[in-house]
Design a protein. Structure first.
Length: 436
């Protein structure tokens, strides 16, 4: 976790204090359920909660000092609680194993992190929708391979991003449901020393579902899917960030990041206005995706349990969620304040002498009885002259002067094929599909 790329609400989920508080709740709720079954005295559970209601400070250094001797984090925590609660604490952890605490705690943390990320996505979707509607009919050039293709609108670009992040949100909802599972099943997951009803009680208290077969650990395919989903969201962030970066290039300059008063772009060149935020987002996306492969490799644990996954998750749990939270918030700010230049879009759209209308002429020639091969040849030979003139020549003028073309299409018919509005006639239909 890097403070520069962290936000307090998400970071708070992963502090040692927060982790130990979740551990206590798991242990105390389990003790409650055991007391109801008559396995432990009811006053044992009451003693735990009575101490907890005093809102004790979590003494992390004290717990760490115990762990330095025990070399076991859960035992260190239980020892510290017992030192504070007294004799009744001996009834904690009856029939449980460390993974019951660790895995259930991680499920709570990831579910809470997912809730923050879903809120982040909602904020991004709201901004994308607003800006898409704002530029619904702002014409711009669509590019394939980075080369001028045919007209689109800037609103369509943003509507595409909205639809993509809407899918990301649906995936995260599913991944959250998949990860929010509780395991209180004891050694090797057989419930030999703890009743399954205890697991059900703890799950209900923590807002989780029970793991059908935990084998002592919650199966890591759930975690792999969760982190893979975060990786897909990161890739969608990079896709949109890359679009902004390209649009801000000097030769294009159809949109750019907001440049605040007093901001500096370069230590050497005072004229620079660089896409630093979206470049940063590209880098952050790489980091989030980098956590996916370790999560996938965690799936193959030995038999009923090993801890090869543990060190991995201590890294990727906090880092992936904290980084993605920051990235989503940053992207939302970029789109919210994005500077859009319709005049430059129009200039670029018309830069290449009408080449963007070549397909309409091709199709019109075929409709007029010319073979597709000949139609393509006629349009391309004129289009290449425009291309090689860097747009100084006009495709429409060249076509009007080509006797093979005018033998099939009149000048008026040719002019009709250069109507920009034709390309935008279904924008409303696409927006209805995206936004309802």
């Amino acid at each position: 976790m890097v403070p520069r790329y962290s936000r307090p609400e998400m970071t708070a989920i992963w502090t040692p204090e927060a982790r130990f508080r979740i551990w206590f709740e798991i242990e105390a709720h389990a003790t409650d359920a055991l007391a109801e079954l008559g396995v432990v005295p009811k006053d044992a559970a009451e003693a735990l909660w009575a101490w907890w209601r005093t809102d004790p400070a979590i003494d992390v250094p004290a717990i760490d000092a115990i762990e330095a001797v025990t070399k076991h984090d859960v035992i260190a925590f239980l020892t510290w609680v017992a030192d504070n609660v007294g004799d009744q604490a001996r009834f904690m952890h009856q029939g449980m194993t460390s993974s019951d605490v660790l895995d259930t705690c991680l499920a709570v943390q990831l579910a809470r992190a997912a809730d923050i990320l879903l809120t982040d996505l909602d904020a991004l979707l709201a901004v994308l929708k607003r800006r898409a509607i704002e530029h619904k009919m702002t014409p711009t050039i669509g590019r394939s391979h980075g080369i001028h293709a045919e007209p689109v609108t800037f609103g369509l670009k943003l509507a595409q991003a909205y639809a993509e992040f809407d899918r990301c949100r649906a995936r995260l909802v599913a991944a959250r449901a998949d990860i929010a599972t509780c395991a209180i099943s004891g050694a090797v997951g057989t419930f030999a020393n703890i009743d399954p009803s205890v697991e059900e009680h703890v799950a209900a208290k923590l807002g989780l579902t029970v793991e059908p077969v935990s084998t002592q650990v919650i199966p890591r395919d759930r975690h792999a899917m969760f982190f893979a989903t975060l990786g897909v969201i990161a890739s969608s962030i990079e896709r949109l960030a890359t679009e902004v970066r390209h649009l801000q290039r000097t030769e294009v300059l159809e949109a750019e990041e907001y440049f605040s008063p007093g901001q500096k772009g370069s230590s050497a060149m005072p004229h620079k206005r660089n896409p630093v935020l979206t470049e940063n987002l590209t880098g952050l996306a790489r980091m989030v995706r980098g956590y996916v492969t370790p999560a996938l490799e965690n799936v193959a644990l030995w038999h009923e349990r090993d801890i090869s996954h543990s060190s991995v998750e201590r890294y990727i749990g906090p880092d992936a969620t904290i980084t993605l939270d920051f990235a989503l918030a940053r992207l939302t700010g970029v789109i919210d304040k994005l500077l859009v230049y319709p005049e430059r879009m129009d200039k670029n759209l018309n830069k290449m002498g009408g080449l963007v209308h070549s397909q309409r002429v091709l199709l019109a020639l075929t409709q007029a009885g010319v073979s597709r091969e000949d139609s393509y040849r006629l349009v391309q030979r004129n289009a290449m002259k425009v291309w090689e003139s860097d747009g100084q020549l006009s495709l429409l003028d060249l076509l009007k002067a080509d006797p093979e073309v005018t033998a099939a299409l009149s000048p008026a018919q040719l002019e009709e094929k250069f109507d920009l509005g034709y390309h935008l006639k279904h924008v409303d239909t696409i927006f209805a599909r995206v936004f309802g």
